[in-house]
Design a protein around this ligand. Structure first.
Ligand code: IPD
Ligand code: CA
Length: 265
């Protein structure tokens, strides 16, 4: 197998180190178990001090390392443009983080134009780090991962992400379709980790009707490298605004796509 381009390999290594340091910062600032220690951007959309601090930390470190690369964050918007573009979600799963729960992560993806090329997802409260480089595999704590072999919907587990952006009847209609297939439903409050779970085979599928680039940018190369099938999120507006995503293991993807009326790429 050929070696990855030095430019991309260097960036993945740097991203892993910077995200690791940011994860330690987030752990140090983490609220204890209890009611949410956060403010609300809107109903059930939470913001902690850590979101801003982690994003600023990562933005500054990446700017110092790769001043010509573009940078976009959930909290700060597009700070710099460039054909290589970093996209960060400083805390994905803020609603979990704010209550002292464990299911949250820092997600840093790298796009080359409109191609997702690398990603790091660090979930320090779970002790898990996912990495991927396009063409060179997807890994969980250094071990190669792949999408699950489950074929029978009656043995499958599918997660559906919830946010206040989706009208209740639309959410219920898709959830009903998933359950009618006989799957076991889940909803865990961290889109990036749910997509990583599809890549590692812990879930057979993930659907979110309205989700943003920063939630999925690091997971897209993981999913591609792990052999999962994904709906055309970037091609359907995800590069510039919210869009729908569905990711699933390759055996169940077609049936799921048909059941929820979300076409695959
Ligand atoms: C949210 C989480 C949630 C997903 C939402 C996201 P945040 O991100 O990933 O699981 O369903 O669409 O907005 O607010 O925790 O960064
Ligand atoms: Ca997020």
């Amino acid at each position: 197998m050929s070696s990855p381009s030095p430019a991309l390999a260097t960036r993945l290594e740097a991203a892993r180190a910077v995200v690791h340091d940011a994860a330690q910062m987030a752990m140090a600032m983490r609220p204890p178990p209890g009611g949410p220690q956060a403010s609300q951007k809107s109903a059930q959309d939470w913001l902690t001090e850590t979101d801003g601090a982690v994003e600023a930390f990562i933005a500054n470190r990446m700017k110092a390392l790769f001043p010509d690369d573009g940078f976009q964050g959930e909290e700060g918007g597009v700070a710099r443009t460039g054909s290589l573009r970093w996209v960060v979600d400083p805390i994905d799963g803020t609603s979990n983080y704010a209550r002292g729960r464990c299911r949250w992560c820092i997600s840093l993806g790298l796009l080359d134009g409109d191609e997702p090329v690398a990603g790091v997802i660090d979930a320090p409260a779970l002790g898990e780090v996912y990495t991927a480089l396009r063409g060179y595999g997807a890994f969980l704590n250094g071990k190669r991962i792949q999408a699950s072999p489950v074929k029978d919907p009656a043995s499958s587990m599918i997660e559906m992400g919830w946010s206040n952006r989706v009208p209740k009847p639309v959410f219920m209609e898709k959830m009903d379709a998933i359950m009618a297939m006989g799957t076991m439903p889940r909803s865990g409050g961290c889109g990036a980790l749910a997509l990583a779970d599809v890549a590692s085979g812990r879930l057979d599928g993930y659907i979110e009707i309205v989700i943003n680039l920063w939630d999925v940018a690091a997971a897209l190369p993981l999913l591609a490298e792990a052999g999962a099938r994904v709906s055309p999120f970037l091609q359907e507006g995800g590069l510039t605004g919210p869009a729908t995503i569905m990711a699933a293991n390759p055996h169940i993807a077609q049936a799921l796509s048909k059941a929820v009326s979300i076409p695959l790429a």
